[in-house]
Write a protein that binds this ligand. Structure first.
Ligand code: COA
Length: 91
């Protein structure tokens, strides 16, 4: 996600996150993950994915890999490795 520098700090990023999560929840997605700023995404309910034993298939700081339950307890008892495709890792 990115907001054009001149338009940052006007709430656009927050709205994109909230709308994105809403649109993911509507068709039934139960959770979402993000690799991002650890001081930013927790504002919207994201927590460290390691809390649920979820890992990534490449190295990132623990606090930068986050997840959120869109349905209550949907990540409870879930463990595993999220496999992001190669182009993502080349970014
Ligand atoms: C991160 C980003 C998308 C936020 O968009 P935005 O429209 O400015 O966000 P909002 O207006 O909803 O929120 C602004 C708040 O987020 C904070 N914030 C922005 N970037 C942050 C960061 N990297 N870490 C912590 N807080 C951050 C701002 O300080 C501001 O705080 P305040 O409300 O206390 O003043 C935008 O800064 C951006 O495009 N950054 C460059 C690209 C990037 O880093 N993308 C994220 C990849 S994970």
């Amino acid at each position: 996600m990115a907001v054009k520098p001149g338009l940052q700090k006007k709430g656009i990023g927050g709205k994109l996150i909230k709308e994105g999560l809403k649109r993911a929840a509507e068709p039934g997605f139960e959770s979402a993950i993000v690799v991002g700023h650890p001081q930013y995404y927790p504002r919207y309910g994201f927590e460290k994915a390691s809390k649920w034993g979820i890992k990534l298939n490449f190295e990132v700081p623990d606090e930068a890999f986050m997840a959120i339950e869109l349905k209550k307890d949907s990540l409870k008892g879930k463990k595993g490795v999220i496999e992001l495709p190669q182009p993502y890792m080349e970014c």
